[in-house]
Design a protein around this ligand. Structure first.
Ligand code: G1P
Length: 293
């Protein structure tokens, strides 16, 4: 039912102030989880879901991101000379086919909805995915792939959903759903960052979306929402007013909020333990300090 989704938008224009001073010179998305920058996890997930066109919405000071996806001829030559085939293989994953990746600038930080709207001409008139690289999701089947498979059956719009503690609703887009059970949720309403006592549920939107191009038209209105920003949540909620479908998708997997220091550290431990070559050492250390905590 849903058209094939081949384009993904990666909003990466944020200043990353929570990670200052590191983000003074390093884009947040280049910060490293074990040995890969955050953005690599997002790209790998997109590729697994069948994405072939990658659109980055960037801002000033994000040059390192563009370089990351470019060839590194000197480095590659040096590795070849030294016979380091394994490292060359690791690097190959960071390369993009010519023309597969596009960068567009968001000149002013006007909100997530505005960032996605900046990519409208590159997206065109087709459904598209949005991946927020801050939300890292460890899953057997990558989250966006789970969603693309569900979307094949449903069409419409789809957002990743997860329960959060009641006192955390003011950090998320929150769903008002028809029946709060099962994987696929019929959404009746969406609200960005509601206070706990005004929240329609504790089902939060996590940073994976599959959207109809009509959402870009809704963003044309440039309506300011929560925090005075142009919110993606509001533009998706406008779909409901137009009688278009929005589904919440309760994904399988563990989500880490790498937009926060604590979430980033938890992800580092978890992804470290998942690596065969690090596991014993790291687990030994954690066990050794656990009694003192
Ligand atoms: C954004 C969205 C919000 C969503 C969240 C998921 O908020 O606006 O609806 O729940 O991502 O991480 P941000 O974290 O950028 O404030």
């Amino acid at each position: 039912m849903g058209n094939k989704v081949t384009t993904a938008v990666f909003p990466v224009a944020g200043l990353g102030t929570r990670f200052l001073p590191a983000t003074k010179s390093v884009p947040k998305e280049i910060m490293t989880l074990v040995d890969r920058p955050l953005i690599q996890y997002a790209i790998d997930e997109a590729r697994a879901a069948g994405i072939t066109e990658f659109i980055f919405v960037t801002s000033r000071g994000k040059g390192a991101l563009e370089d990351y996806f470019d060839l590194a001829p000197n480095l590659e030559e040096e590795l070849r000379r030294k016979g380091k085939e394994d490292m060359l293989e690791v690097l190959a994953k960071t390369n993009m086919d010519s023309g597969a990746i596009a960068y567009i600038r968001q000149h002013k930080a006007l909100g997530l909805g505005h960032a996605v709207w900046c990519a409208r001409r590159l997206i065109g008139d087709q459904p598209f995915a949005v991946i927020l690289p801050d939300d890292v999701i460890a899953a057997e089947k990558p989250c966006l792939q789970q969603m693309v498979e569900a979307y094949d059956e449903t069409g419409g719009n789809m957002v990743a959903a997860m329960e959060v503690p009641a006192e955390k609703t003011s950090s998320y887009g929150i769903l008002d759903v028809e029946n709060n059970d099962g994987k696929l949720l019929d959404v009746n309403g969406m609200v960005e960052k509601p206070a706990a006592d005004e929240s329609p549920s504790n089902l939060a939107v996590i940073g994976r979306y599959i959207l109809s191009p009509n959402v870009l038209k809704n963003l044309d209105e440039m309506k300011k929402g929560a925090g005075g920003e142009i919110q993606l949540t509001d533009a998706i909620a406008a779909e409901l007013e137009q009688k278009n479908k929005v589904y919440g998708y309760r994904f399988e997997g563990q989500r880490f909020d790498c937009g926060s220091k604590s979430g980033f550290l938890q992800a580092t431990v978890s992804y470290g333990l998942a690596r065969a070559e690090l596991r014993d050492d790291l687990a030994g250390y954690i066990k050794s300090i656990a009694p003192t905590l």
